[in-house]
Structures are given as C-alpha cells and as structure tokens.
Design a protein around this ligand. Structure first.
Ligand code: MLT
Ligand code: MN
Ligand code: ZN
Length: 295
C-alpha cells in the first residue's frame, strides 16, 4: 500500500488567503513550507489510486504528484474518490474532477444526500461518476487489492448546514474514519474527529499506521491568537495538547506510526518550537504535502 499526503492543511490551507497570523506570514515568506488543503491519495498497486477527500486544491495536488498524472490522451490513475464528511475543504474539489472522467464516488448515504441536494455537483456526469453509498462498518472494494471500511467518529454536520444549535459530538454518517486494508497492511485515516472515545481507542489500538485530525494544538488557540471566536470543540475537532487531547489519548494505544493531518494554519506545530517538539517526542509525525507513507 502507498499513501501520499496531497494536502496536509485544514480548510483555508497555509497560508490562508486572508490570514496574517505568524504561520501564514512565515509560509508567505518561504520560511516554513506552505501546505494545501486536506487530502490523501492511496493505492495498493501504485497503478490505480483513490483520493480520500477532494480538496479545493485538487488541481495543483494532482499536477504535483507524478503517480497521479495521465498516462494516455484522456486518462487518470484516479479511479475512486472517498469522502469522510461534507465539509467544503473535502468536497469542493469534486468540481475540479468534472472533465468527463469515469470514477466512483464513495461516501455514506447522508453525505451523498448533501451532494444530491446541491445541483452544482451534477457537473460530475452521473453516467461517468458513479455514486456509491457505503454502509458504516461494512468493508467494500475501493480499488483492486484495496478494501475500505467507514466507521463513525464523533463530529458534526458541515458548517454550511449548521442550524441554530449544533451538536458537535454526533456519531453517525456525517463524519467517518476510514480503515484501509491491502496485502501490505492496514492503515486508518481520520482527518476530522471531535473526541477519542473508548470505542475509537480500542479500534485503533495496535494499528500500524494512523493519519489523524491535527487541526489545533490547543482548543482555544484561534481565540487567543485573535483569529476567530470558535474553539476546536465547537468546530468538531479534538486538539493535540492537554489531558483530553489526541496526544494523550493515543499515549498507550501502541500505534506504530502516527501522522497528524488536517492542521489548521494557526497550529504552532507548523513551525519549529516546543509544541512541535512535544508532538514529535510523543511519537507523532506532522504531515507535509507530498509526504509518502507506507504502512
Ligand atoms: C472543518 O474542518 O472544521 C471545516 O472544514 C471548516 C470549514 O468548512 O471551513
Ligand atoms: Mn476541514
Ligand atoms: Zn494564518
């Protein structure tokens, strides 16, 4: 199995167009690498590939990744797209795949309903792009030699569907993690997750490779930096640090390789410093665009 991080950043990317925070400034100045929005490419054989989450940056991500370039006049190694939620940073890139290329689009029925409710996604010709509703906890063939299984993780509905009150720890079809299995091993991809519940911890225990939600370092970091009014909790994202954070939650799970993905541009782990050092000391890697990982 091969996994390539196409985009390591959360929605907005690094730098974000309207953000003057420390990290965004460092990225604009070329002092830290920039990062595009959340997406992972996976393959069992290196020939056929699936894109897990279609980010608004997909055009550049595909162009930058040799394994994903056409091999014939009209062609793409991308045979499947899988969505873990309906957030804009994970679905807007579908519109960048509208040029009459056959592929299958996998998500829960609830997420496919969100797409069906928005006519702009009909730009993906239904004769060529087959939408496949996947049942939670039921494995399916994503690609030749690569099985996927969706499982519920705590989360919320997409921002654009939020009502007056918002439950941020729903467990159902709106936010899922993915278990991937090939002859070469098992990997998990969980780019959005509000909490590591006991059930999720047991699921991930002893895994060889986990890509996990690294949106924020601290729950209130955006508020403290003057960037916004929301906590990570309100956005449906667990933070890395603290007694309730992901670093602590994974501490005794025995996961061999732990990679943070979907980092918000406010997260201090983008730059060298005590936070990044603490994450690395706890055995975590901070994803970068183009990083390839094999389980
Ligand atoms: C999130 O991960 O919380 C969302 O992508 C936020 C957004 O839609 O911008
Ligand atoms: Mn996001
Ligand atoms: Zn910023």
């Amino acid at each position: 199995m091969r996994a390539i991080v196409l985009g390591a950043a959360a929605g907005g990317g690094l730098p974000q167009w309207n953000c003057g925070c420390l990290n965004c400034g460092l990225a604009r100045a070329g002092e830290i690498p920039g990062a595009s929005q959340s997406s992972l490419a996976v393959s069992a054989d290196g020939v056929d590939w699936a894109i897990l989450n279609a980010s608004p940056d997909i055009r550049n991500q595909l162009a930058a990744t040799p394994a994903l370039r056409p091999r014939a006049l009209r062609d793409s190694p991308v045979k499947a797209v899988l969505l873990t939620n309906g957030d804009i940073d994970h679905v807007a890139g579908l519109l960048g795949l509208r040029e009459k290329q056959g592929l299958s689009l996998h998500a829960t029925a609830e997420i496919l309903d969100v797409l069906a409710g928005n006519p702009v996604f009909a730009a993906l010709d239904p004769a060529l792009v087959t939408r496949r509703a996947q049942t939670l906890d039921r494995p399916f063939a994503l690609l030749p030699g690569l099985t996927a299984e969706l499982f519920a993780v705590p989360g919320k509905v997409p921002l654009y569907l939020e009502g007056a009150t918002v439950a941020t720890d729903l467990e159902g079809e709106q936010t899922v993690g993915v278990r991937l299995e090939s002859d070469a091993g098992v990997a998990y991809y969980v780019p959005g997750c509000a909490a590591v519940t006991p059930a999720l911890a047991e699921r991930l225990r002893g895994a060889g490779l986990v890509f996990f939600d690294g949106t924020l370092w601290e729950d209130d970091e955006m508020i403290r930096a003057g960037l916004g009014a929301k906590t990570g909790r309100r956005m449906g994202h667990i933070s890395m640090n603290g007694p309730e954070g992901s670093i602590a939650a994974f501490d005794r799970l025995g996961v061999r390789r732990k990679v943070f993905v979907h980092m918000n541009n406010s997260n201090p782990v983008w730059r060298a410093g005590p936070e990044r050092a603490a994450a690395e000391a706890a055995g975590w890697e901070i994803a970068r665009d183009g990083m390839e990982v094999t389980p």
